[in-house]
Structures are given as C-alpha cells and as structure tokens.
Design a binder for this molecule. Sequence first.
Ligand code: SAM
Length: 248
Amino acid sequence: TGTLHVVATPIGNLGDLSPRALEVLGSVSAVCAEDTRHTRQLLAHFGLERPLVALHQHNEDAQAAQLITRLQAGESLALVSDAGTPLVSDPGFRFVRAAREAGVRVSPVPGACAAIAALSVAGLASDRFAFEGFLPAKTGARRERLARLASETRTLLFYEAAHRIDETLEDMAAAFGPARHAVLARELTKLFETVLDGPLEALLAQVRADPNQRRGEFVLVIDGAGDDAEARTTEGRRLYAKLIEHLP
Ligand code: SAM
C-alpha cells in the first residue's frame, strides 16, 4: 500500500514550510486539502503543481473511502489543512482513523502548530498543558465550559478568532478570576506578531483600548489554577474523608 503523509503547513510565514514537506508534497500523487484554492496557491508559491482533492468536514467520510482505495492500490497521498498541523482544530481525524483501520501507513511531516508556537513563547508552565481548541460559540455553552475548567491546574490553550476575542477574555476573567495570569499570542510568525501577557483583566483592558489588538488570529495561553484551587481541593478531600468516617 501507499503512505498517507500528514503534512504541516505554515501558520503565516511561508519560510516555515520544511524542506521535507516540500519534497513530500512534490512527490505524492494527490494532495488532500481543506480548501483546494488555498493549497493550490501555497503549492504554486513553491513551484509545485499537484492534483488536489477537497477534504473537509462535510465530505470527509465519503471522500475517505475513495482515498483509501487509492492508498491500498499503492498511491501515496498527502493531507494538509489551510494552516498548521492537520487534525488540530482542523479536519482529517476521520480520514486518518479510517486509513489506520485499513492498514495504510500514516506518517507525519511535522511543522507549525499555532498552539505549540504560542506555548513556546508564553513563559507559562509547559510540562503539563491542556489544549482546549475553540470554545463553543454560544454564550451559555462557552461560560459553562470555562466554569468546568476553572480549577484545572494544567496550563490551558485556546484558539480564538478576532470577532470574539474581547468577549472571550471577559468570560475568562469572570470564570478564572481577573488576576489569573494569561498570554495572548496574536498573528504568530506574521508581520503584526504580538505577544501580550498579564492578568486577564489587564489583557482585556489592552484589547478593549486598542482595536489593532482585536485583529487577526489568536492563541490564548492561560495559567493553570494555582495553589489556592489545589488547596481548596485538598481541603475538600480532607473534609470528605472526615465526613465519611461518621457516615453509617
Ligand atoms: N491546524 C492549525 C494549527 O496547527 O495551529 C489550527 C487551525 S484553526 C482552524 C485556526 C486557529 O488557529 C485560529 O483561529 C487561531 O486561533 C489559531 N492560529 C492559526 N494561525 C495563527 C497565528 N499565526 N497566530 C495565532 N493564532 C493562530
């Protein structure tokens, strides 16, 4: 059988496409892309032209079946998304799972990922972290998700789009407390790359004061709940242990 290469593409700076990514993209019989127009332009920039297959949320299962037949017949394919690492808040998970189930070799060509790039410059604890991707768009569901994360001690990573950044910071300040330390990484690897850090309330004030800080693409890196929350949990456990002694 052929190989399915899962290839990371740049998140803004085309210089971040690796030499091996170029080699693989140039050698496969087709490139499966989230947006074929976008990927055609990327390939053209590097002087490459490959047959493209659209693979997005709405046709992934149907396309995957056909693509797996091609892989089983010995063709090699590449999977890319519009930016960064496929499957990370991007399509591809079902295709990859189906390929693995079909016994096809799936091999990564690693590269840019906005979450990891943000984590690498945030200066927050990075030994343990939790990637939360995009929060739900609806206010109620978003606040509920944040409330459930309030006592999480690992560093939290979120993706956010420009039009909701202030609302999200507001909800985070309410759920995690205005003093919780956070890093707002905007337009990484691009011309207007900005990394702001401070308490959530200060970040919210900065974003509110300057419309430029609301433009582009964002990763939010939030400090995990500190000793307070841990202490609360420990205290809770201690009380529970005492209580249970007295229960019949
Ligand atoms: N698969 C991609 C990856 O590996 O990072 C993520 C795709 S997701 C649909 C797009 C989101 O990633 C954006 O809304 C933003 O939150 C984040 N993002 C992508 N590029 C970025 C950049 N250059 N700077 C900051 N955030 C970025």
